[in-house]
Design a protein around this ligand. Structure first.
Ligand SMILES: [Zn+2]
Length: 276
């Protein structure tokens, strides 16, 4: 089925049943969403979200995520330590991560959310680097992709990956930036996580990157409960908002919406190694 370019800009005529969306970054376990997660999931499914990935932020979250995945297999999980929580952790937690991966290799589809955040105080940088480096090693050992967090740290992420000769790829979550920045990650087998940023007119550079790069460069995400879309500032973001991210994504592309949905679905399945 093909749609005209004009039709591709508006997905309101598409019934959710005829395409599937994957929210590749949704913190469904965090307090703002956890209490209502059954309702959030129902609302997300009603607009076409068929699967999502919940990345962990700290060791204390891992057991709950394993239980959530066991109850609902469409909720994929990543285990790891987010740089904002680095100060609470040390290398003993990396040994625990290794243990969890050994026990639950099939249930854990990625290591994340991990990375470097240089907008945090400088006193945290050493610990952040140490934990990031150790988690890349765990991911490499278990052949798992990475869910990468970055803030003022894209070159340092690349520098940290290099000595590991890391080849399992992953998702550069909350991508913003130019085609040149994007290509360095694409060359390493990463996809760019595109979320609510593109709903803001001021995000010209990122919107242009979405227009220009091949469709196999991208996956979609909400980063719920964070990152509210334009027009929704001050409210809690939810996985159902992925339909709006998809709609804006389609407006930036020339391909028909159904083709875009199919390719984004495949991109996510492939990078998270969920498809056979
Ligand atoms: Zn996140």
């Amino acid at each position: 089925m093909s749609l005209s370019a004009d039709a591709a800009a508006d997905i309101s005529h598409l019934r959710p049943g005829c395409f599937k969306l994957f929210d590749s970054h949704c913190h469904l376990d965090l307090p703002d969403l956890a209490a209502g997660h059954a309702l959030h999931w129902q609302q997300a499914q009603a607009v076409g979200v068929a699967e999502l990935l919940i990345p962990a932020v700290e060791q204390a979250a891992w057991q709950n995520l394993l239980e959530m995945h066991a109850l609902q297999p469409a909720w994929h999980i990543a285990l790891g330590i987010h740089p904002w929580w680095a100060e609470k952790h040390d290398l003993t937690h990396i040994a625990l991560l290794d243990q969890q991966l050994k026990l639950h290799t099939a249930a854990v589809c990625a290591i994340g959310e991990i990375g470097l955040d240089f907008a945090l105080p400088e006193a945290t940088f050493d610990k952040q680097q140490q934990l990031f480096d150790a988690q890349i090693a765990v991911a490499k050992y278990y052949a798992k992709p990475l869910i990468l967090h970055h803030r003022k740290s894209q070159p340092q992420l690349l520098a940290a990956l290099k000595p590991h000769q890391f080849s399992k790829g992953g998702i550069l979550h909350a991508f913003s930036g130019s085609q040149q920045q994007a290509k360095k990650f694409l060359d390493l087998g990463f996809k760019l996580g595109i979320g609510g940023t593109i709903t803001y007119d001021r995000a010209e550079k990122t919107r242009n990157t979405v227009k220009m790069l091949p469709l196999d460069s991208f996956v979609l995400e909400t980063d719920a409960p964070a990152m509210p879309l334009a027009g929704f500032q001050g409210t809690i973001n939810t996985p159902a908002q992925l339909a709006r991210v998809f709609s804006v994504f389609c407006q930036l592309r020339t391909e028909p919406a159904l083709q875009i949905a199919e390719q984004l679905w495949q991109n996510t399945q492939q990078v998270l190694k969920l498809s056979a």
